[in-house]
Design a protein around this ligand. Sequence first.
Ligand code: ADP
Ligand code: MG
Length: 611
Amino acid sequence: MADIIELLPDSIANQIAAGEVIQRPSSAVKELLENAVDADATEIKLIIADAGKSLVSVIDNGKGMSETDARMAFERHATSKIKKIDDLFSIKTMGFRGEALASIAAVAQVELKTKKHDDELGTFIEVENSQVVKQEPCAAANGTTISMKNLFFNVPARRNFLKSNAAEMKHIVDEFIRVAMAFPEIFFSLTSNGQQVFYLEAGNIKQRVIQILGNNYNTKLVTVKEQTDYMNIYGFVGKPEAAKKTRGDQYFFVNNRFIKSAYLNHAVNTAFENMIAKDSFPSYVLFIDLDPSQIDINVHPTKQEIKFEDEKIIYAFVQAAVKHALAQFSIAPSLDFTLNADIQQLDAVAKPFTTEKREAASSSNLYKTFTGKYQAHKIEPNEKSELSHWKDFFTKKENKAEQTIEQKPISPEIPTLHSLSKFNNTYIQLHNTYIIVANTTGFMLVHQQHAHERVLYEKFTEQSHSTHPATQKSLFPITLELAISDAVLLEELLPEIMALGYQIENFGNNTFIIQGTPADVIQGNEKHSIELLLEQFKHFSSDIKFSKREKLVRCMSRQHAIKAGNPLLQKEMQTLIENLFQCTTPNVTPSGNPTYLEFKEDYLDRMFGKI
Ligand code: ADP
Ligand code: MG
């Protein structure tokens, strides 16, 4: 047998390696923006065409590159950012692996124009398939312009893998925001297909946050700021009233790098405990600065996860800082103020670079105060105990009651309308949430919100498959002005939303006009409805098992369902229950919760010792 192992040609090896760094246009956006930041630019312009599929171009006024460096920059592992292994532990720049430009050059056509401030002439280089195809001196402005054209032109399989323009553009906007948010002292702009999407004048963090998240945050931000020798935290949390129904505006930056951390997110959430509804999410933009040696740098640079040397302390500090901020702005008036004394203890916690210091930190009052259960800052929930216990009785899966109550959400014998209408029924509403209704074999306890969600779900599903969705025209067209990333999302969802009966027109400039709503939706509050729909959709969007349409239908039925706590008239209860039992699957909500419980006569008899 002949030998069978061969070395991959360079071009293929490069393309494979590139796949790790450049997955989609937005990956290049991130890398190129970070390079511009590292080059000390004070102005960075991002230009996009065709959602980055045909062009991603970054223009900076940073320090530029020499002729040799310009050529070197495209070699794999070519970096000016580390020289020796020790540098890894004190890294302060965004990049250091020297992989980004090499990766981009392996999967796209790249043009680079660059000039150092002291040089007369700049350098122009064209690279394709990792090969330099042109290099010449040229006249150029100070700084660097890199254009990446026709991403994956040489890897059609990956090109086909890219999503719709709207989806890719959303990724780009996300990356742009993450970099722009972290460097408010730099001017950033984003232009897409010739249209200016962002124009962010240099300013302070608060200005930048408002530029990006929208003016309505102006009065809703609370400053967070705690400094210790170990770490600094600063930034903003939204006041409780700015909390959202889905995790929308949540940003953590560690040493100015955007990260995703469920752990730290939890720290913020617990600081908000009992100040916002359980099912809503606080908004925050928080920056944590700490000694780079406290972070595990061995994490892949394009991944947004991070490992801290001492997670628990960071958790406690984040939580403490947010609580402190909320308390200071007297958002939590019922607080017990032993707080200032505690915060002063921060100094005791302040220098835990040594083991003793760290121990001191974790045994300090501050640490305990904020990690213990009955800390000074905990606000007890407003107990509506009877009601909530009563609810628990029926809803908690682990509740003992479960074993005795015959609960068959997926029961094959579903009561029919007939079995209900045999009685001239009166409906009893309990706690404005449950409806008790007799049927031929006993009685049913219907959860009004769950039931209505099921009814709407089937209606909307049917609507979405009809060619002429039922629409009610709005009396007055409603103008909807969205944050840019939401506008991109709405644009993407527009065909599906219209299929459900909404009439919405894109007016340009992130503005939409609502002209009509689905027939089954109560009018009024359309603006809020659409905003909420987008929020919920984002929440759902990682769930790939559902189509866009299915997600929307689910969001809409949840959103428009009669809520628990809402008093209902006899007639309304009757219609709801009739509609419920006309559904194909009346017994569960789309997400699988029971819509009613059934109590059969023989079971009741047994309970009363009659059998
Ligand atoms: P890394 O950023 O990890 O060093 P890159 O492949 O992104 O690797 O870039 C390689 C090198 O090219 C950088 O280290 C830097 O010296 C140089 N470089 C890249 N982009 C720019 C830019 N916009 N301005 C100046 N130098 C740049
Ligand atoms: Mg880089």
